[in-house]
Design a protein around this ligand. Sequence first.
Ligand code: AMP
Length: 277
Amino acid sequence: MQGQALLWRRGGRRVVLVPTMGALHAGHESLLRRARHLAGQGGVVVASIFVNPLQFNNAHDLACYPRPTKSDRAVCQGAGVDVLFMPGTGAMRKADASTWVEETALAAGMEGAARPGHFRGVTTVVAQLLNLVLPDVAVFGEKDYQQAAVVRRMVRDLHFPVRLVVAPTVREPSGLAMSSRNAHLSAAERSRASALVRALQAARKAARSAAGVSGGGLSRLKRRLVAQMGQDARAQVEYLEFFDPQTLKPVRRLVRGARAAVAARVGRTRLIDNVGL
Ligand code: AMP
């Protein structure tokens, strides 16, 4: 992959990478189309599919992660991908590998707190993919807002010569954010799960009120939304966070421009989502 990437670079061809874990859906497809547009006519679009063991903190979750290779190939072809890069686990990381890439500030809260070691796994593998594919541009999804922020910080801090583009979240008609994990939801769970985004939208409405929400009002709003998600989605909420989009630290006052993120289990499936307020 790296030899080929060097040839493209020397030939002056723009390379655009979309890293994924496969089980491609319309959300991924929009990233691939964006990449096709960014690469232009003479450019090269590389999609990578690598179910990264380093970012799973649960062996069952890793083992059950969907791997529909045939339909993934078809999605890539349909979206104008030039190269589908599917490295094997052994090729990506030798058994005695002992080097990690770790971002320590933005990765601390939310997903980082709920899934210890997750972002260290993400940044280590994304750094590898950037070194292997040597892209001019890499496209990530806003669906994983914290991930995009952590990768952006890593790219800045380690001077990776790549530009990041973050594309908006693609949703089902119900509002549910598309996710490879939605495949694990039963039909009933799927329709209940849209209550998660409805709660985030309610937070947006509250943030738009003239003075915003602060202090006790913010705690009450949070409790109300968590209860609403518990009831309507029958979700077990891991966290509901209102945070600053730059620092990812919790905000004390809910105002326009803040973001809201949620992680919750619906049945046995863990879902995450976030919106701008
Ligand atoms: P994954 O395969 O889940 O690791 O996701 C690969 C990339 O696709 C990440 O940058 C995700 O943020 C992005 N992505 C996943 N779901 C969506 C979605 N519903 N809309 C837009 N991008 C998404």
